[in-house]
Design a protein around this ligand. Structure first.
Ligand SMILES: Nc1ncnc2c1ncn2[C@@H]1O[C@H](COP(=O)(O)OP(=O)(O)OP(=O)(O)O)[C@@H](O)[C@H]1O
Ligand SMILES: [Mg+2]
Length: 265
């Protein structure tokens, strides 16, 4: 077994990177995949969202990048097959350190010793196209881009796609675009489906069939330190992320996609 490294990236803030990192990771783990979530954002929201305090400089992804073995940094979560390497503010220093001495391969090298222990390593990245995000994209086999179904959603996407192309042409030819994930879809508004349509037309075949609805349970779950499936399994948010995991693994969807998806096809 060698883990596939998957980074959640979008330089825009608040688009659903962390929500997707936590809940896709938990959904995959619930499907008996061994998953490691690496919090690679100094905000540490994947860490707190899974119920952990932000670590000090010896205990998180900053320590990992400073040479601490990954094996000693992983924490077990409430989800049996999901572990996490947490992040705290100290990780922000990495932005400068990588800039001064760009060692873009370092994250992958740091994760290599544990890659045989997991099926998937998901990496949550910060809302910037800075050195930390470039470092994550260079480590990854695949990038998933969460994008809210909102006005100006595609703003900035061209820049992100160009960055991905440059990484592919340069330090990481193995990087694949896993897909664009439409998030925060308002099921009752025309704007939501209009945006979904627009994105699907602009990126044919690159947008997940599963759309993540705007769902209050998804916003509440992190304050309870739980993935949404462990907070309210029946919620639309939990079901949507389970469907995303199934779609991504190439399995049949358990429940049909909501109307928004069908309209958008
Ligand atoms: N589908 C959704 N329905 C309702 N609320 C959501 C949904 N997805 C995310 N949220 C909420 O929106 C906010 C931003 O989401 P999230 O933290 O996942 O975005 P992000 O891209 O990781 O942000 P940042 O760029 O700051 O890291 C959070 O408060 C989150 O709980
Ligand atoms: Mg985040």
């Amino acid at each position: 077994m060698t883990a596939r490294i998957v980074v959640l990236a979008n330089q825009k803030g608040g688009v659903g990177k962390t929500t997707t990192a936590i809940n896709l990771a938990a959904s995959l783990a619930m499907m008996e995949k061994l998953v490691l979530l690496v919090d690679y954002d100094p905000q540490g929201h994947s860490t707190t969202g899974l119920g952990f305090p932000k670590p000090d400089h010896r205990a998180g992804s900053y320590a990992l990048m400073k040479g601490a073995p990954a094996k000693g940094l992983t924490l077990h979560t409430e989800v049996p097959m999901l572990q996490v390497i947490p992040a705290g503010k100290d990780l922000a220093q990495l932005e400068f350190e990588l800039f001064e001495l760009p060692q873009l391969q370092e994250l992958r090298k740091a994760l290599e010793p544990v890659m045989e222990n997991f099926d998937f390593i998901l990496v949550d990245s910060p809302p910037a196209l800075g050195m930390i995000t470039l470092n994550a994209l260079t480590a990854a086999d695949e990038v998933i881009i969460p994008m809210p179904c909102e006005f100006l959603a595609m703003d900035g996407l061209a820049e992100l796609m160009e960055t991905i192309r440059r990484i592919q042409a340069g330090p990481n030819p193995r990087l694949e675009l896993g897909g664009i994930l439409l998030t925060m879809a308002e099921e009752r508004t025309n704007l939501g489906s209009a945006v979904a349509n627009e994105v699907r037309q602009a990126f044919p075949g690159k947008v997940f069939g599963t759309t993540i609805p705007r769902n209050i349970r998804l916003a509440e779950a992190p304050s309870h330190g739980k993935p949404v499936a462990f907070y309210d399994l029946k919620s639309k948010g939990a079901q949507a992320y389970l469907n995303l995991a199934r779609e991504w693994l190439g399995l049949e969807l358990a429940t049909p996609s909501p109307a928004l998806n069908r309209e958008a096809e």
